[in-house]
Design a protein around this ligand. Sequence first.
Ligand SMILES: [Cu+2]
Length: 188
Amino acid sequence: MRKSLLILSAILSIVMLLAIACGSDEADPNATATAAPPATVPVGDRATEPPPRPTSVPATSAPSQGGGAAALVIDVNGDALQFDLDSLTATEGSDVVVTFNNSSSVNSHNWALVEAGTKDAVATDGLAAGQDNHWLPVNDSRVVGSTIVLGPGESADATFTAPAAGTYQFVCTFPGHNFTMFGEFTVN
Ligand SMILES: [Cu+2]
């Protein structure tokens, strides 16, 4: 009888050891399974970030829709205080380059694009700004773009982005020239 009890107790102890061993094996998969969820939570948080990006995409693509480039060329009427063109046109938002060729043999000129109706006022302020500022007021919101003052036979570019659609003026602000040396600049 004692031997059988010892055998039974030995068998029970073996069974319990096996049960503990199996239980510990089952606990490991659970441990790794619980560790995984935290890694997926940040992914869920990141999924909420993209929305701001779509809103910024249209903002950057909108200006390019009216973009493009425009190369314009203008000259003078010999030694007269006049441009050879009385009108120029560009598309809103386009990158405009106006090349001004001063083919006069005696006169100095510049070319400036200004807000409608402001050519004489800008020229007056340009006179105060002086020759060192190319006869143009510095950092003036009325001036969209301009060249430097060109001596006879010289050329230069005015580079700017075409402003909002509307009518503007171009003018030479060399002292006294603004009264006869100007034209209309249309932005479509
Ligand atoms: Cu001029």
